[in-house]
Design a protein around this ligand. Structure first.
Ligand code: ARG
Length: 569
C-alpha cells in the first residue's frame, strides 16, 4: 500500500536536502479535512534553513514536483503546507489492500518476533476476585493480542497470588467453622465467606491472626495437611477463575505465581548480597533507595521471610533468562506504582539496567458507579466477575427477546454482545481514568459502546447480504467514492495500523477502541446519507466494496480488544 507520508517526505526532502525520515515525523494530520489530508509545519525547518516559515512554505511549493497520482494539490496557510492527496489513489490502494489481506489487514511485523512478557490478571487465591482484576485481565488480554498482531511474540503470565497469610486465615477458619458452610456445591463461595468472616472476627480477636500465622508457617514448612489444603484451595479457585476466563476468552502461557517462586529465592538473595546491595535495617534486610527518593525495598522481613518484592525480583530474573524480553509489562492497579518503581530500580542496581529499562508498570484506575462510588468496596460485598458477565448476557438476552425474538443462535449472540459490552466499557477510555460501570450506559446500542460497534458491523453484513455479492475489486471504479463521509471513512481505514502501533507504544488499548468508534460513526454517517444499494451499479459496487472493508476492520479491531463479533444480532 502506498505510504503517503513517505511520498510527501521524499519530495520535500528533494527540495530541502533534509533527511526524509526526519521530515516524515513532522507531517501532521489536520484536525479537519478542509485543511488538507496532511499538513507540513514549515516552522520546524526554520532554524535549520534559517528562513521564516512562510518563505520556506513558498519555496517548497514552488520547487516541489508533484505526481498528480499521489498529490492533488498543495496550499499554503500561514507557515503550513496543506497537502491534498489524490482520493482515487487512496481508495484504490486501501480497498485493494483490505481485499488482499483481509483479517491480516492492519498487522505488521515491527516486533520481529521479539518477546513481550505481559503480566496480567493475577488474582489472589482464596481472596475475592476483585473487580480490579477484571480490568487487568481485559487490558492485559488486549495488549497480548495487539502485540502479536504487530509481529511480537506475546507471553501471557498469570502471576497468581497463591501464597501468603490469606491461606493461613482460610485454613484456620475452615478448621473452626467448616460445619457451618456447604462444601458440596459451591466450595469457592464458602471459602470466600470463611475468609471474609475471619477478617471480621480477627479485628476483635487478635489471637485469630496469631492462629493464621501458625497455619501459614506450617504451610511454609511443607507440613502435609496444610500443603494438601493449599493445593485444594488453589485448584478450586483456578477452576472457578477458568469459568470467567472462558467467557472472556482469556489465555495465558504460564500460571506460575508467587508460590512457584517461593522455594527459588535463595539465588536472588545471594546475588543481592554479593553485589553489596543489602543492608540491615530494624532486623530486616533491605535495599536502600533514599538516593532515588523512595523508601527501601524490603527483601527479607524481620521475621526472616521473603516477601512480594523478593518474589517479583526472582520472577523477573527468570523472565530475562527464559524470554530475553524486549518489553516486560505489568498490568496492575495504580496503588502498586511504588512497588514496581522499587523493583525495577533494584533490578537496575543489580546491573541489569538494559532489562530494567524494558520493564513497564501499566497502571489503571478504579471501577466506580455513576455517582463515582467505588464498586465492590463495601464490606462483604465481593463482586464475582462471573456473575457480572452472566448478568450482562442475561440483559442482552432480554433485549433480543424484545427486539428480535426470531434471531438464530440467540444464546451465542447474547454472549458475544454481553461480554463484549463489558470488555469495551473497560477499554473505552484511557486506562488510568476510573472506569464508570453503569448498565444502561454500557449496553446502549446507540452510545459509544461495544454493542454499537457490533451493530454497525452487523449492518455491513446485512447490506452485503441484501446485495447478494461482494464486488470484485478489479471491477470497482474508485472514482465513485467521492462523498465526504465515504472519504473520511476511507482515510480512517487507511490509518488502522498507525492506531494499533500507537496503542502498543503507549500500552493503551483505548486508542483502538476510540478508533473503532470513529470508524463506526463515520460509516454510519455515510450509510444514513447515501443509499448503498442503488440503481447505478458502478456506484453500488464501489459503495459495497467500502462496506466490506469497514466490516473487516471493525471485526479485526474488536478482536484486538478481546471481543467477539456476532454476524447477526
Ligand atoms: N496478585 C497481585 C494483586 O492482586 C498482583 C500481582 C501482579 N504481578 C506481579 N508480578 N506483581 O495485588
Amino acid at each position: 500500500m502506498i505510504d503517503f507520508k513517505s511520498e510527501i517526505a521524499k519530495e520535500i526532502s528533494k527540495v530541502t536536502n533534509i533527511d526524509e525520515k526526519q521530515l516524515k515525523e513532522y507531517i501532521e494530520i489536520p484536525p479537519n479535512s478542509d485543511l488538507g489530508d496532511y499538513a507540513f509545519p514549515c516552522f520546524k525547518l526554520a532554524k535549520e534553513l534559517r528562513k521564516a516559515p512562510p518563505v520556506i512554505a513558498n519555496e517548497i511549493k514552488e520547487k516541489i514536483k508533484i505526481d498528480e497520482n499521489i498529490i492533488e494539490k498543495i496550499e499554503i496557510i500561514g507557515g503550513y503546507l496543506n497537502i491534498y492527496i489524490n482520493k482515487i489513489t487512496l481508495s484504490k490502494n486501501l480497498l485493494e489492500e483490505v481485499y488482499k489481506r483481509k483479517e491480516q489487514y492492519g498487522s505488521s511485523n515491527i516486533g520481529n518476533g521479539a518477546h513481550v512478557v505481559i503480566d496480567y490478571s493475577a488474582p489472589n487465591i482464596a481472596k475475592p476476585f476483585h473487580i480490579g482484576h477484571l480490568r487487568s485481565t481485559v487490558i492485559g488480554g488486549s495488549l497480548y493480542k495487539i502485540y502479536n498482531f504487530l509481529g511480537y511474540k506475546s507471553v501471557g503470565i498469570n502471576y497468581l497470588g497463591d501464597w501468603g497469610l490469606q491461606f493461613g486465615k482460610v485454613m484456620a477458619g475452615y478448621d473452626m467453622w467448616k460445619d457451618e458452610y456447604d462444601f458440596t456445591e459451591n466450595e469457592i463461595q464458602s471459602i470466600l465467606k470463611i475468609y471474609i468472616r475471619f477478617n471480621q472476627e480477627e479485628k476483635e480477636k487478635p489471637e485469630l491472626t496469631e492462629k493464621a500465622r501458625e497455619y501459614f508457617k506450617r504451610l511454609e514448612d511443607g507440613n502435609e495437611k496444610e500443603t494438601k489444603m493449599w493445593q485444594w484451595i488453589r485448584k478450586i479457585s483456578l477452576e472457578n477463575y477458568q469459568k470467567t476466563y472462558d467467557l472472556l476468552n482469556s489465555k495465558f502461557d504460564s500460571y506460575n505465581g508467587e508460590a512457584y517462586y517461593n522455594d527459588k529465592m535463595q539465588p536472588i538473595v545471594e546475588e543481592l548480597e554479593e553485589k553489596g546491595l543489602l543492608v540491615e535495617s530494624e532486623g530486616a534486610r533491605v535495599v536502600p533507595l533514599d538516593q532515588y527518593d523512595m523508601p527501601p525495598c524490603i527483601i527479607i522481613t524481620s521475621a526472616g521471610t521473603t516477601i512480594y518484592a523478593t518474589r517479583d525480583l526472582a520472577s523477573l530474573k527468570e523472565r530475562i533468562k527464559k524470554y530475553d524480553f524486549s518489553k516486560a509489562i505489568y498490568v496492575v492497579g495504580n496503588e502498586q506504582r511504588l512497588h514496581f518503581k522499587q523493583v525495577f530500580k533494584v533490578l537496575e542496581l543489580m546491573g541489569y539496567e538494559k532489562y530494567a529499562e524494558r520493564c513497564e508498570h501499566v497502571p489503571f484506575g478504579l471501577v466506580v458507579d455513576k455517582k463515582g462510588e467505588k464498586i465492590g468496596s463495601r464490606k462483604g460485598n465481593s463482586v464475582f466477575l462471573e456473575d457480572i458477565l452472566k448478568e450482562a448476557i442475561q440483559k442482552v438476552e432480554k433485549i433480543i427477546d424484545e427486539k428480535n425474538p426470531n434471531l438464530e443462535n440467540k444464546e451465542e449472540v447474547a454472549r458475544k454482545v454481553g461480554v463484549g459490552a463489558i470488555i469495551f466499557n473497560d477499554l473505552a477510555n484511557s486506562r488510568i481514568k476510573d472506569e464508570i460501570f453503569d448498565w444502561d450506559m454500557l449496553l446502549n446500542f446507540q452510545g459509544e459502546t461495544g454493542p454499537y460497534i457490533q451493530y454497525i458491523y452487523v449492518r455491513t453484513n446485512s447490506v452485503l447480504e441484501k446485495a447478494g455479492y461482494v464486488p470484485e475489486i478489479e471491477k470497482v471504479d474508485f472514482s465513485k467514492l467521492q462523498e465526504k463521509e465515504a472519504l473520511e471513512t476511507i482515510k480512517l481505514l487507511y490509518r488502522f495500523n498507525e492506531f494499533v502501533e500507537s496503542a502498543a507504544q503507549k500500552n493503551e488499548p483505548s486508542i483502538v477502541s476510540r478508533y473503532l468508534i470513529d470508524v463506526a460513526q463515520n460509516f454510519s454517517g455515510f450509510y444514513n446519507e447515501h443509499k448503498i444499494i442503488t440503481e447505478d451499479k458502478t456506484v453500488q459496487d464501489a459503495r459495497l466494496a467500502l462496506t466490506y472493508a469497514v466490516g473487516i476492520v471493525l471485526k479485526t479491531g474488536v478482536t484486538l480488544l478481546g471481543m467477539e463479533m456476532p454476524s447477526k444480532m
